[in-house]
Design a binder for this molecule. Structure first.
Ligand code: TNX
Length: 544
C-alpha cells in the first residue's frame, strides 16, 4: 500500500477498532440455496443457525477501495446486505489463497458461519466479485422471517474463461444505460464477456476519430424492414452511435463488474454502412455500384475492396479500437457471410488477385483475414473471427474461431489446433424462439430453430474432443428486437441456462434440467426486482 494511502486510512482504522463487530446468529435456516450457475462444491448445513444480515457486515478496506470491490458491494447491498465498507475488521473477510499452479480465474472459496463470512480468492478483484454473486443469490430468510444466509461452504471455479453474450446494436440501437443493465444481469450469473457487434450493413455504431463519416453517414438509415414481410418498411429513421466516451464508459463499467468487452468490426463483409460512408472502401468499379445503409435484413453484396485505401482503413480503425478496448485479449474481425460477386465483377479486385497469384475470390477474404491478424499482433492482441475465417488455408494458429454454424465447425477448428468459442446456432442463438407459444413467435419474429429453451440449452451436446474450447456465448441478433421489452424476453431466463452450461462445461457434475429448473423458480423475485419482462414458465411474458 502506498504510504500516503495508509495515512489517509489511519483515522478509519482507529475508528473501526473503536467499534468492534459482533455478529448475532440467525434463527435456523431451512430453505435450500438456489445458486445459478450451480457451484462445483456446495455444502449447506440445513436447519441450523446461519448468518443474520440484519445488522450489516463490515468489509475490509482493501475490498471497498477497488472499483470491482465497490461493484461487488453494490451487488451485495442490492441483495439486502447492509454494508459498512470503511472498516478495517469485520464479519466479511477476504483472504488471498495460495495461487500455486492451480489458480483458475474466477475461482473462489466461501464459508458462511453464524459469526461471519470468509471469502478466499486468488486475485482480490474479479474473483471477489464472483464470490459476492454467490452470496447475493444465497440470501434467504431464517425461521423468524429475518434475512439471513445459511451456514455453508462453497468451493467453485468456472470451466471456461470466456462466458458471454453477444449484443447487436446495429440492427436496433441499445442505449448505454440499457447496455449497463444487461451487464449487471450478466454479472449476476457470472458471465464475464460482452461481445459487442459494433458495425453491420444496417449501421456503423462506434465513433472512429480518423473516419468521421462512418458515424456521420454510416450510423443513419431511412427506415427498417419488418421481418415477416421484408418488403414492408416501418418508415422510422434510425440514427445511433456510441461516442468514444460512451465506449469507454461501458468498458469501464463492465470491468468493474468483472466483464471484458470484446468489440467486433466486420471485415470484409457486412460492410454496407462503412462502404456508404466511404465508397473508396468498396468495389466502386463494379457495375451498378450504389451503396446505401441497408434497411432490410439478410446478406448484402457490399464487401470491402482489396485496395490500399481499405488496408490503411483497417489499420487505422483497429488501432483506435485497440486503444478503446485496452483489456480485450482478442479483437473480433467478423468474417462471416462474405459474398464474392463484387470481387468477381471488379477489375481492381481481379487485378489484385493476379498480382498475388490468387485463383479463387475466397483468397481475397483470406488475405483480409491474414492482414487483420498481423495488424492486431502489432497491438499485442489475438484475432477472433466467425468460423468462416477457417477458409484461409494457412490461418494463423493463434486465431481464435467462433463456431456459429454448428458443432461440426467447432470440431474442425479444434482439429486444426485453434482455440474456440462455441455459439452454435442450433442452441445459442437467442434471437430464435423458445418454443411454440404465441408469445414466442411474436417476440422473436425469427424462425428456423424454434426450440431454444433452457432445457435445450443445457442438454445440447457441446462436446469437442481435446481442450481447445475456451468459451461459450449466446448471440442475440436484433433484427426483430427493437426494444428492451423484447430483448429481456429473449434473454431471460435463457441467460441462466447459458451461464450454467458455460460455468460447468464438460463437468460430470453439471446438474440435470429438473435440478436447474427448481433453482430457477427461486430467481423470479430477482427478475421482478429489476422489473424484467422475462418469459414465464407457461411461455407468457411477465409484462405483456
Ligand atoms: C447470421 S451468425 C448472421 C447475422 C444475422 C443472423 C440472424 C452470423 C455470424 N451472422 O448477421 O443477424 O444470422 O439473422
Amino acid at each position: 500500500m502506498h504510504y500516503s494511502t495508509l495515512l489517509r486510512l489511519l483515522p478509519l482504522a482507529l475508528c473501526s477498532f473503536a467499534v468492534p463487530a459482533s455478529a448475532v446468529p440467525s434463527a435456523p435456516v431451512s430453505s435450500q440455496v438456489a445458486i445459478i450457475p450451480q457451484p462445483r462444491q456446495l455444502e449447506q448445513t440445513e436447519n441450523q443457525p446461519g448468518f443474520l444480515l440484519r445488522d450489516g457486515i463490515r468489509v475490509h478496506y482493501s475490498v471497498s477501495r477497488s472499483e470491482m470491490g465497490r461493484a461487488a458491494i453494490r451487488a451485495l447491498m442490492a441483495a439486502g446486505f447492509s454494508v459498512l465498507p470503511e472498516e478495517m475488521e469485520g464479519e466479511l473477510t477476504v483472504r488471498l489463497l495460495d495461487a500455486g499452479e492451480t489458480a483458475v480465474k474466477g475461482a473462489y472459496e466461501l464459508e458462511v458461519t453464524p459469526q461471519g463470512i470468509t471469502i478466499g480468492v486468488y486475485s482480490p478483484d474479479a474473483d471477489f466479485h464472483t464470490a459476492a454473486q454467490t452470496l447475493a443469490q444465497a440470501v434467504t430468510q431464517d425461521s423468524a422471517g429475518q434475512p439471513a444466509l445459511p451456514a455453508m461452504k462453497v468451493s467453485d471455479h468456472p470451466s471456461l474463461q470466456h462466458r458471454g453474450i453477444m449484443l447487436d446494436p446495429c440492427r436496433h440501437p441499445i442505449s448505454v444505460a440499457d447496455t449497463k443493465r444487461i451487464l449487471e444481469l450478466m454479472a449476476r450469473y457470472k458471465l464475464n464477456t460482452l461481445h459487442w457487434h459494433l458495425c453491420d450493413d444496417q449501421g456503423w455504431r462506434i465513433e472512429i476519430k480518423k473516419y468521421p463519416l462512418l458515424t456521420e453517414i454510416g450510423s443513419k438509415r431511412k427506415e427498417s424492414s419488418c421481418w415477416i414481410e421484408q418488403s414492408k418498411k416501418d418508415g422510422k429513421p434510425v440514427e445511433f452511435f456510441y461516442s468514444q466516451e460512451d465506449i469507454r464508459e461501458v468498458v469501464e463499467y463492465a470491468h468493474s463488474l468483472g466483464i471484458t468487452v470484446i468489440p467486433e468490426i466486420e471485415i470484409p463483409g457486412h460492410a454496407s454502412a462503412a462502404v456508404t460512408a466511404y465508397p473508396q472502401l468498396g468495389n466502386s468499379d463494379c457495375p451498378d455500384f450504389s451503396p446505401e445503409v441497408i434497411t432490410g435484413w439478410g446478406v448484402f453484396p457490399h464487401v470491402m475492396g482489396p485496395t490500399p485505401f481499405t488496408f490503411q482503413f483497417i489499420e487505422d480503425v483497429l488501432a483506435e479500437v485497440c486503444e478503446l478496448f485496452p483489456r480485450a485479449p482478442y479483437i473480433h474481425i467478423g468474417g462471416d457471410e462474405v459474398p464474392r460477386d463484387q470481387w468477381q465483377k471488379s477489375p481492381a479486385a481481379q487485378a489484385f488477385m493476379k498480382e498475388h497469384g490468387y485463383t479463387r475470390e475466397s483468397q481475397i477474404q483470406d488475405h483480409f483475414t491474414h492482414f487483420c491478424a498481423q495488424v492486431l499482433r502489432k497491438h499485442g492482441r489475438l484475432m477472433v473471427g466467425w468460423d468462416e475465417i477457417m477458409c484461409a488455408p494457412q490461418l494463423p494458429k493463434d486465431a481464435v474461431v467462433m463456431a456459429w454454424r454448428g458443432m461440426d465447425h467447432a470440431r474442425i477448428a479444434a482439429r486444426r489446433g485453434h482455440q474456440l468459442i462455441l455459439c452454435p446456432i442450433h442452441s445459442f442463438y437467442f434471437n430464435f424462439p423458445y418454443g411454440k407459444n404465441p408469445a414466442d413467435a411474436f417476440y422473436s419474429g425469427l424462425s428456423g430453430f424454434d426450440n431454444i429453451d433452457c432445457e435445450h440449452i443445457l442438454n445440447f451436446n457441446t462436446t469437442v474432443p481435446g481442450d481447445k474450447v475456451i468459451g461459450m456465448q449466446a448471440n442475440l441478433w436484433s433484427e426483430c428486437i427493437p426494444d428492451m421489452k423484447k430483448l429481456e424476453f429473449m434473454l431471460v431466463p435463457r441467460i441462466c441456462a447459458l451461464a450454467e452450461h458455460s460455468w460447468l462445461y464438460g463437468s460430470p457434475d453439471r446438474p440435470d434440467y429438473p435440478h436447474f429448473s427448481k433453482r430457477l423458480e427461486k430467481h423470479t423475485p430477482y427478475f421482478d426486482s429489476l422489473n424484467l419482462n422475462y418469459r414465464q414458465d407457461d411461455g407468457t411474458p411477465r409484462h405483456p
